[in-house]
Ligand binder design. Sequence first.
Ligand code: GAR
Length: 207
Amino acid sequence: MLRIVVCVSGGGTNLQAILDAIDRGKITNTEILAVISNNAGARALTRAESRGIPGFCISPKSFSDREAFNRAFTDKICELNPDLVVLAGFLVRIPEAMVARFSNRIINIHPSLIPSFCGVGYYGLKVHEKVLERGIRVTGATVHFVNEGMDEGPIIAQRAVSVEEEDTPESLQRRVMEQAEWILLPEAIDDIADGRIAVVNNKVRRQ
Ligand code: GAR
């Protein structure tokens, strides 16, 4: 059984996609130990609570400095001791010490085709605003392992999504979620739970 902790910041639609995939048997062999949010008002915490999954809020705002937050966040994850940490719309940088400790055991969903529109300053709706500003025709989403870089870890899977003439950042975000994110993230968790994925020489290999 793969024991996971899901980290969220806001709406939690990717968390919902994971819960739905577990219900429908598309993710097997997986248990959600807890949901952690950096934002007390996150709808994702309500989604967790309604399923009887323990939810915790650990916000940088409650600590005197970033170091103290990083320590508390890492300590909580270590206490829960998951096999895999899933960043499902978690908009806080993962502390380096935690990345080192959970090497190839943290995955993230990003709303673009990495290496486009990623890195510092590219998160949530901002990504789709920049895509529309640039006028590209194809965007998408990427699920990847987290390393010490920003959106630079080994890529697990990607899906392309077309950009339409009349798109707003919101309509594009919704299409990328529906056609890419909510499919990719549950599939990646199931692949990991069933041991179909390994990282070899910093690249993902399917086995
Ligand atoms: C999702 O689009 C996710 O890809 C993005 O935040 C949104 C969260 O939505 N993540 C990032 O931008 C990470 N760099 P959700 O809370 O409804 O799942």
